[in-house]
Design a binder for this molecule. Structure first.
Ligand SMILES: [Zn+2]
Length: 264
């Protein structure tokens, strides 16, 4: 089983729109470092059997799947309904054509309610055959804590505190993907016990953010969970690659778009 980081940026991506000459606003990041170019947050878990579970459908989904040579998606899971995690939902239309069927998709009830409101056409009954002219989702409700078989993978979901709303943490085997999190509770620590690779939201270096962890918070979690490897994602405009390479403790590193990690 392996995990591919399709995108490790924050909600604005990097560089974000703007900059003095309009060529992009890099914040504190070195524009000459290719690993500071970051698309919106998403990952795919791939099984030994070649089945692919996509986590979220962000606005950069098309370019992410092509760049990372992901030929098909067998199932989708949504962590929450913020735009940087759902705005690429229309790309499921093409994934439907490849699959030849409605896309099995998993989310909490509250997330489905919001997605139905924003993309109502994707949830109408489908009787159009295999030539999908709109995205078609086959919805499954999951509520944490739960373990569910998705695309042949044992997927454990647990609740995370994202400030104003809750999100799903996702664990498959030895790899956990904890995006968009500010606080973890005891149930989350239980779900993370013995995890080998901890991929975790770290939007800011030192600033307190209302809905995302900063580095001090993440390092406190690492102290408790003790993963073999910690990979920081959902990176904001202070999380420079060169700074991180010089400064982070052993076993902790930044993600980059296209990074692939394996675990049992
Ligand atoms: Zn986000």
């Amino acid at each position: 089983m392996r995990l591919t980081i399709l995108g490790c940026g924050g909600s604005e991506g990097c560089p974000q729109i703007g900059g003095a000459d309009g060529a992009g606003d890099w914040g504190e990041l070195d524009s000459a470092e290719a690993r500071n170019v970051r698309t919106r947050p998403s990952v795919v878990f791939s099984s030994e059997q070649g089945r692919h579970l996509l986590v979220d459908t962000g606005p950069d989904l098309r370019t992410q799947l092509v760049a990372n040579r992901v030929p098909r998606i067998d199932s989708v899971i949504y962590t929450h309904a913020h735009a940087d995690h759902i705005a690429g939902l229309d790309e499921i239309r093409i994934l439907n054509r490849i699959l030849g069927a409605p896309m099995p998709a998993y989310a909490a009830q509250a997330v489905w309610a919001e997605l139905r409101q924003r993309f109502d056409y994707a949830f109408k009954p489908w009787a159009g055959g295999a030539n999908f002219f709109r995205p078609v989702l086959e919805t499954h409700v999951i509520e944490p804590p739960q373990v569910v078989d998705i695309a042949g993978l044992d997927v454990r979901v647990f609740r995370q505190d994202h400030g104003y709303i809750s999100t799903l943490g996702v664990r498959v085997g030895g790899i956990a993907y904890c995006t968009d999190v500010k606080r973890l509770d005891e149930a989350a620590f239980l779900a993370l016990e013995g995890v080998e690779v901890f991929v975790v939201d770290c939007f800011t270096r030192v600033e307190e953010h209302p809905s995302h962890a900063n580095l001090a918070q993440v390092l406190a979690w690492v102290e408790r969970i003790r993963p073999r490897r910690t990979i920081l994602t959902h990176l904001g405009p202070s999380m420079d690659w060169g700074w991180a390479a010089r400064s982070l403790p052993a076993g902790v590193e930044l993600a980059y778009d296209g990074m692939v990690v394996g675990a049992g």
